[in-house]
Design a protein around this ligand. Structure first.
Ligand SMILES: [Zn+2]
Length: 178
């Protein structure tokens, strides 16, 4: 899929690209120059980082923010929302997705995720969990882009097809229902 070998070394996953991020907390300007990162992606990552600040994670202390980009260019953000009854917890990605769908948006082009322990200086490249991958697959095509921020100022990217191959979707049920 056009991936460059040198970027894959040691990652253990299909990482298409890794770029420095230009948005976020206390980053120095000189590190931001000439990154080549798309301005739209920067904005999306920035929105995810901002949403992460609103994470409600008193149990895991693992704070996640997500920013979902609609086909029309609108951004819906979400954070993880935990619960004393752990299973009730909702992930940031699904919070953003459900907000968007509930407001009539069902076509999306990308999502940015920023997750890590509260107070962490460097985020650990958190990818959407399996449940969120399935939730996204209901509305997003194979080329839907997933960006994750981590390691200080970098972003990794892959597609939904790479993150959730052989997905179970409406096709298995004979098409989308009403
Ligand atoms: Zn999830």
């Amino acid at each position: 899929m056009g991936m460059e070998d040198e970027k894959l070394t040691g990652t253990g996953m299909d990482v298409k690209d890794e770029k420095p991020i230009r948005t976020g907390m206390g980053m120095e300007d000189e590190k931001l120059t000439g990154t080549g990162m798309d301005a739209g992606d920067e904005k999306l990552i920035g929105a995810a980082l901002e949403a992460r600040e609103r994470a409600y994670a008193p149990y895991s202390h693992f704070k996640v923010g997500a920013a979902l980009l609609t086909a029309e260019g609108r951004i819906f953000t979400g954070c993880n929302i935990e619960n004393a009854s752990y299973g009730v917890t909702n992930c940031a990605e699904r919070t953003a997705l459900f907000k968007a769908v509930s407001e009539g948006h069902t076509h999306f082009s990308a999502i940015a995720v920023a997750g890590g322990p509260a107070g962490a200086e460097k985020l650990p490249f958190a990818w959407p969990c399996g449940v969120c991958r399935q939730a996204l697959a209901e509305f997003c095509g194979p080329d839907f882009r997933i960006l994750t921020a981590g390691d200080g100022q970098k972003v990794r990217e892959c597609t939904l097809a790479e993150l959730l191959p052989h997905q179970f979707d409406s096709g298995a049920l004979g098409g989308r229902g009403e």
